[in-house]
Design a protein around this ligand. Structure first.
Ligand SMILES: Nc1ncnc2c1ncn2[C@@H]1O[C@H](COP(=O)(O)OP(=O)(O)OP(=O)(O)O)[C@@H](O)[C@H]1O
Ligand SMILES: [Mg+2]
Length: 205
């Protein structure tokens, strides 16, 4: 599976945000979208998510030989910082996604356990989220994303609230999560940029 952006341009009124972006985002890779503030990183993620339209150009999701327009149900967003419910366990926090998608409690628990294991949080699964460290909370946010099994994972400046040590840990986690699908990170962070498989620089687009 992959997402391609062809001749992508975005304007608001008569102001051009980006022009003629060509990009391909593949399954099994972590891609970084970089560029100065206002260059359109968050907007391009929203277009890939099918939540916003390009002004001109196309975005296509290629899957099983078919090309389709972006569909928000393919996408899960990793929030910046933590939006965890502090008084509930890590497990409860992860189960919310699959339960909201109509999974049974047993299936949701299994998906949550698997996702917590993948991000290295199995040992704190039953600890209240409020007692987790900043780095663990960031992992929890990724576990929540993984538990929905959606093929496109978008993270907008995921290291914004992390120190350098936790940002290195996040880069390691992203590398481990590569097989989870198409992972696209909008970031200014040199540590995350260095660790990405591919970098799309909107300044040069
Ligand atoms: N709905 C909108 N209407 C008008 N202008 C918008 C809209 N959404 C975004 N913009 C403008 O488009 C530009 C790109 O915004 P965007 O948030 O995508 O930038 P960014 O690269 O993510 O910046 P940052 O690094 O600060 O997060 C900005 O100048 C922003 O004000
Ligand atoms: Mg942004």
């Amino acid at each position: 599976m992959h997402v391609t952006v062809a001749d992508g341009s975005l304007l608001f009124g008569d102001r051009s945000v980006f022009q003629d972006v060509q990009a391909r985002f593949d399954s099994g890779m972590v891609s970084a979208i970089v560029g100065p503030s206002g260059s359109g990183k968050s907007s391009l993620l929203a277009c890939i998510a099918g939540e916003m339209a390009l002004t001109t150009g196309t975005i296509e999701v290629a899957r099983d030989g078919n090309n389709e327009p972006p569909n928000p149900t393919d996408v899960v967003w990793v929030p910046q910082g933590s939006n965890a419910l502090g008084s509930r366990s890590a497990m409860d926090n992860v189960m919310i996604g699959p339960l909201a998608e109509g999974r049974s409690p047993e299936a949701a628990a299994q998906l949550a356990q698997d996702a917590l294991h993948r991000v290295g949080l199995a040992s704190v699964a039953y600890q209240r989220a409020r007692t987790l460290s900043g780095g663990e909370l960031q992992r929890l946010a990724f576990a929540r994303a993984l538990s929905t099994n959606r093929p496109i994972i978008l993270a907008d400046e995921p290291s914004a609230s992390l120190d350098a040590q936790n940002t290195h840990a996040l880069a390691g986690l992203l590398a481990e999560l590569r097989p989870a699908g198409i992972i696209i990170v909008a970031t200014h962070d040199p540590i995350l940029i260095d660790s990405a498989s591919r970098v799309l620089d909107l300044r040069r687009a």
